[in-house]
Design a binder for this molecule. Sequence first.
Ligand code: FDA
Length: 304
Amino acid sequence: MTSIFGRAVLGVTGNRVMRRVITGTSAGKAVAHRFVAGDHLDDAVAVSQRLNEAGMSVSMDHLGEHVTSAIEARAATDDYLACLDRIASDGLDANISVKLTQLGMVLDDSLAAEHLDELAARATPAGTTVTVDMEESAHTEMTVALYEKAQSTHGNLGIAIQSYLFRTPGDLERLIPLGGHIRLCKGAYAEDDDVAFQEGRRVDSAFDHLTRTLMAAEGVKPAIASHDEDRLRHAIALGKARKNSWEFQMLHGVRTDLRDELVAAGHEMRVYVPYGVAWYPYLTRRMAERPANLTFFLRALAGK
Ligand code: FDA
């Protein structure tokens, strides 16, 4: 959900000069490290091990999106294959989250489909699953279509849906019969008013409505991905009547107090753990969600 403030942040941070300033300063890196496990797979493995020991599962995200060459898409796929191998060899309670534009979807959707197929095939012997992140609305239809194909073949995938999009209830009707896990989030991109709700209360109400639909669908595993206490309370109330399992998901570095309380109360929790050097777009979305993150960055920039 992107507020007017968030839109302004995404507008400014989309500028190339701004990008150079933020990625080139220690202030930018300091803020990034609140939300990102580190530059390397080893960093993500260490964070994941700690979370597993504290009773949480993990979704590992090797940062990157909108790749512009087949070589980069291949490299991203190889990085994820290495991640799946580490999940297996280190016995982590973890899966992976992937963006289809990172696997080459903007260049050639059949290339992204092949890469997704490869990841799902490797996830099976690793005993884990693949979650497809949801990106800007321009990519939603293709993302859902490639997911449908991969999930029908492998059966070990899941997908994110965004409550701010008008189309999401219709997408859910297509997705629920495929099983798998479905991650419900509000949505993190700046979208136009002809495709997405702009007011927070409407995004929240759509979120609650979609939570109800997911909790009633026993063939899927609902993953309620939010740090909004009202949304979480609503999910807990509905989850009581559910026979099969469901989980909460939260972002690494966000509301760890609330996260730990939910785990202590016996709720399943999966933490989204991003890693890698391509952290800039991820960081801009986290800054857009919360003015305090931008203040933290500006203070770090000023050396205070
Ligand atoms: P909301 O933005 O209302 O925040 C509620 C409270 O949470 C805030 O008051 C604050 O306390 C805290 N909070 C939220 N964001 C924070 C931040 N950045 N820093 C510090 N505190 C913060 N989006 C998407 O479009 N596609 C996707 O695939 C995913 N995947 C995904 C996975 C997981 C595990 C999560 C938790 C979220 C996503 N998202 C996402 C992001 C999601 O769409 C949304 O932008 C953020 O989760 C923020 O929305 P909340 O539901 O937390 O509510």
